[in-house]
Design a protein around this ligand. Structure first.
Ligand SMILES: O=C(O)CCC(=O)C(=O)O
Ligand SMILES: [Mn+2]
Length: 236
């Protein structure tokens, strides 16, 4: 018996990361919206990257200047940027810019994010590591001039899930990161949104979100495990 084999051309990657996964869009109004992809990365791949980042990134915990006071940033951080971009400075701190070539897995994650968001071209990355529930990021928006007026910011989460809150920016005050004690008031409910940022998820803030909204990842007393978050940005 002779078997006839038919040549079938398989696509190189039949199921690229982030393809064919459910995405939710939340319209915040006035040209702001959020895209959330819960299963952006396969869980095993995301754990491999979590362990790599935890071990290999040169994490630091800088001292910031907030409202005239010095305080240690309540999470670890690192910054990666393409060559030739203007320096990032926030709360009086200028993080040294590492190169993408220093950490090859970051380029793979960046590729996956670009594929999921057609038209995007991120050239910088702020990394955060929350060692446990005491680490947090206070209310702020990423409205630095170097990102332009309507920046797209893509945030990939690894490890322990944490809550991410958005609320309308209070009028008449420039927003720098605030202490954890500034909690949401229940009366503000209509103007708030929350997402549980799962291991391997992608959340994207778009349009006027940095102008009109502020966001935070509050402390969580019961959380013990670490979370790593990557926020990809485009510096103009
Ligand atoms: O950890 C997060 O999900 C948010 C981090 C963040 O807002 C920032 O780095 O600007
Ligand atoms: Mn932010």
């Amino acid at each position: 018996m002779s078997l006839k084999l038919k040549a079938v051309t398989e696509p190189a990657d039949p199921n690229p990361i982030g393809s064919a996964v459910k995405r939710e869009t939340v319209d915040l109004g006035n040209g702001s919206d959020i895209v959330y992809i819960r299963r952006f990365l396969p869980s095993n791949q995301a754990w491999t990257w979590f362990h790599y980042l935890d071990k290999e990134i040169p994490w630091t915990r800088p001292t910031l200047r907030v409202f005239g006071r010095s305080c240690v940033q309540p999470r670890d951080t690192c910054y990666v940027a393409s060559p030739g971009l203007p320096d990032l400075i926030y709360s009086g701190y200028q993080p040294p810019a590492y190169s993408w070539d220093d950490f090859p897995p970051l380029k793979e994650i960046l590729d996956a994010v670009h594929k999921a968001l057609p038209g995007s071209s991120f050239n910088s990355l702020l990394l955060n590591r929350y060692k446990g529930g005491n680490d947090y990021v206070g209310w702020h928006s990423d409205d630095e001039k170097l990102y332009g007026l309507t920046p797209e910011i893509a945030s990939v989460s690894f490890g322990c899930e944490r809550e991410f809150f958005l609320k309308k920016r209070p009028k008449g005050r420039k927003h720098v990161e605030e202490p954890a004690s500034k909690r949401l008031k229940m009366s503000d409910h209509a103007a708030q949104h929350s997402f549980t940022l799962k291991h391997g998820s992608l959340l994207v803030m778009r349009g006027n979100t940095q102008r009109d909204w502020i966001h935070s990842v509050p402390k969580r007393a019961k959380v013990e495990a670490a979370r790593i978050n990557l926020t990809f940005r485009h510096v103009l």
